[in-house]
Design a protein around this ligand. Structure first.
Ligand SMILES: [Zn+2]
Ligand SMILES: [Zn+2]
Length: 158
């Protein structure tokens, strides 16, 4: 699943500007790691990012990719998605959005909703600590998995 070239370029440019503003080093490797994440809609884990970037930048090490992702996360330039399955997943989309999570294949897809953006924070959550952001996670079975199941059922009944 890939985003449009223009959208990816826009995000990479924004990324470079933010790094410069904060006096963070913008290395070629860092940019390639961010670009990979920005181009994907899959919320990939570090290993997936490493495999993809290594295809274009053979000199890059697994350790660099893992460390860079942690650094970028600490800087708020990417966001960590709560582990749904075994591995931590990352997201280059730090704007307001919400997630649809497939409980079968683990796919995490972005969706946007003004209604969810303006959800009031309940006092029960406020009493737990300082609130930074509110993100809604909808869990279910994605259409690919649903259709796959239907196809299998149809085959079985024939
Ligand atoms: Zn699925
Ligand atoms: Zn997302």
């Amino acid at each position: 699943m890939a985003r449009s070239r223009t959208e990816v370029d826009r995000r990479v440019q924004e990324f470079v500007q933010t790094c410069r503003r904060r006096e963070l080093k913008v290395t070629h490797q860092r940019m390639e790691i961010f670009r990979e994440l920005a181009a994907s809609e899959a919320h990939p884990d570090a290993e997936t990012v490493f495999q993809a970037v290594a295809g274009r930048v053979p000199s890059i090490s697994r350790d660099t990719v893992y460390r860079t992702l942690s650094t970028l996360e600490a800087e708020g330039l990417i966001r960590r998605v709560e582990p749904v399955f075994e591995s931590v997943r990352y997201d280059a989309n730090v704007g307001r959005h919400h997630h649809f999570v497939c409980k079968v294949c683990g796919a995490i897809r972005d969706f946007y909703s003004e209604a969810f953006d303006s959800l009031p924070v309940p006092p029960s959550a406020e009493s737990l600590g300082q609130i930074d952001s509110v993100q809604v996670q909808i869990r279910g079975i994605c259409s690919t998995c649903t259709h796959g199941k239907e196809a299998m059922r149809n085959r079985g009944s024939r």
